[in-house]
Design a protein around this ligand. Sequence first.
Ligand code: SF4
Length: 113
Amino acid sequence: MTVTRQKSITKPPTVKPTLKKKRVVSPEVMEKGRIGLEKWRKAKAAAKLKGGKALQLWEIAEKLKKELKNTSPLQAIRNFCLQCVETRDDITNCTSYKCPIYIYRPYQESNET
Ligand code: SF4
């Protein structure tokens, strides 16, 4: 009796093609975006027309808006607390337990009792 060995052929993993869902944006959102862009272009054109300091201020404001978009939630909470109180120690010693971000405030002492 002869024993035949079966060759184990490993099949490459089959990759199912994933269909990317087409992003659907509602017409209301599209309209809102169009209006916002139009408003922004008008403001830019007005600043350019005025020139000088008005243009500089507009550019600074736009740069600030761009930077604020990159703010992380933690940075946002820290900034919010720094608007409320003045120093880091004030945030640490904050006693406004009813504040909605009280438990998320930065600079908390780790071994509070
Ligand atoms: S947690 Fe305290 S410091 Fe921060 S915003 Fe609230 S009250 Fe102000």
